[in-house]
Write a protein that binds this ligand. Sequence first.
Ligand code: NIG
Ligand code: FE
Length: 417
Amino acid sequence: MNILIINIKELVQVENACREWVAGAEMASLKTIKDAYLMISRGKISDFGKMSDLFMPEDAGNRRLQIIDARGKMVFPAFCDSHTHLVYAGSREIEYVDKIRGLSYEEIAKRGGGILNSAKRLHEASETELIAQAMERLEEIMHYGTGAVEIKSGYGLNAQDELKMLRVISKLKEFSPLTIKSTFLGAHAVPAEFKGRQHEYVDVVINEMIPMVATENLADYIDVFCDKGFFTTEDTERILMAGIKYGLRPKIHANELDYSGGIQVGVKYNALSVDHLEYTGDAEIRALSGSETMPAILPGAAFFLNMPLAPARKMIDAGLPVALASDFNPGSSPSGNMQLILSMGCILYRMTPEEAINATTLNGAYAMGVSDELGSIAIGKKANVFITKPIPSVEFMPYAYGSNKVESLILEGKIMF
Ligand code: NIG
Ligand code: FE
């Protein structure tokens, strides 16, 4: 079935020539069309423009063309959430209380909480249980306007459980209407049985896990938690080199807890993105300049852990692109609500609404390797769009934080709700 959306108050993030990403001063511009229409054919965007230029197709009124009147409402490309850990078992609100009482993320991790706590629960959960929990989370993020999501492993921490997680993600790709990319994150934490023998665990990741993941074709990307108290830059280099040999492009956690050198390592190995970036100074900005690596900021984790904020303003002013993602996970960001991330981008990071929208759509798409098919309203791209409730302006989207402004979601030309 084809869909024609008419009387759109404002059609947001339109592109005539497709760009891979937007960087620096360009991030402040967001092309929109007021009083617009959008035509969707065979799951793809086939036409758009001003209502005054709409030439009613011959099959209008035919059962194969559904017409949606979006008077007073806006249409956006669905959000592309380029960094999540949304396959996990159970929740960790006890640690949340410990954090409120003053324990740091690293202190909780050292006591066997944190990622290791999730690894224990994941080990005990069946694939079916994990799929059911993750499908519920996917359903929830769709209601907030997400149309594409990257999901990492990293709560397995042994070959068997890492593969279990990645197989679950493969099933989600099959069952869910969302566009999903999967990332192998065997080096998320050092499991308890390797305490004091981190090098040996890195060997297991390289010699056992990566070959198995690649043979079963279970991952699109490879990640390492390169940070103080987790994996060193040397560990990271070894793992990334091994992954690259198997065709896995890096997309890494870097500089969340310290100036860890992670950003430089990511750029050196041509990572698709380096993520978190709370500790980013001039040297890191210089390293990113001119590279093909997207800096991705995760406001939910910084907010939830009460951490310093990544210098988004400084990065954009230096000419870099920036993506914003949710980091949906049980320990540092138990929410995948990209509308909230959009608001945080503006409120906490002083990004303008235009910059934050670019960061959650086109730049998010780049950071998960799908900007050729998603992230903007462009002819030939997948028809992943949401229709808002009646709203007064584009700026209202980040302004009205905490309330859901999404009324309807279309994924690959199918109306989800
Ligand atoms: O992106 N920083 C590392 N990993 C996750 C946290 C995972 C967890 O605590 O379970 C993150 O914040
Ligand atoms: Fe993360």
